[in-house]
Design a protein around this ligand. Sequence first.
Ligand code: ARG
Length: 286
Amino acid sequence: MRLTTRQFLQTAGLFAAGLLLAACGKKEPPPPPPAAAAPAAAPAPAPAKIYAVGVDAAYAPFESQNEKGEIVGFTIDVVNAAAAKAGIQVKFVNTPWEGIFNALGQGDRDMIASSVTITDERKQTMDFTDPYFDAVQLIAVKEGSKIAKFDDLKKAKVGVQTGTTGDEAVTKLLGKTSANIKRFESTPLALKELESGGVDAVVADNGVVIHYVANNPGGKFKMVSDKSFAPEQYGFAVKKGNTELLGKLNEGIAAIKADGTYNTIFKKYFGTEPVAAVAPAPAASK
Ligand code: ARG
């Protein structure tokens, strides 16, 4: 007969108990049952998963680092609030924009929360949550610039953050091989270059441009909007096929939108309630 380790221990335990009884006669109470027969103790609960959130924290007011080095901003508040509703734990990890999607693909980050515009191209390699913010490209120039519309950039030196939707728009206008596109690793670096005259314009997400211009009055910037820029929406990105995390995030986003938490966060950073990107259709006149 073959015994499993457990059966062997039980058998050995009983055998040892028998020996003990025999040795002591009837004076002693029977020993406690062998340990192996005791009900198994409940296994310690596995520590809750902490999802690593990749953030390029050079994108105020959405995601940036404060004086203490903490990652803060609108995105962070939204993720924290949504995570709390979904009952998941997150930690934010500063991750350079360049390579941020590779970090997701390789599993070094569980999600990316970095003002990422949902695009068809990106959808090929990652999955997006429901949108949580509307954005559009905005042009920054210096006061007195003759640039008045996107098309005017054809003859200008333009700064962009590498691999952003701003980069895509400018690349489309000026051509892939244009030497007039200057690419930077962050949007603030591109805007600094505009301030120092190294480029004539910067094309980037409206929220970041507005924030930068407002906080750098000495830079003497001017902003130029253009209707030809396509509307964009930010989503959180997860690794393709990670439906579990995606579902939880969508659940969290829906919950904070439903109970007003989202609006409170929005107001904290942008001063107003969010306005619908698409205006409701006017009521038909009778
Ligand atoms: N929304 C733009 C994009 O997805 C720019 C986002 C850049 N975000 C950042 N944290 N640097 O391409």
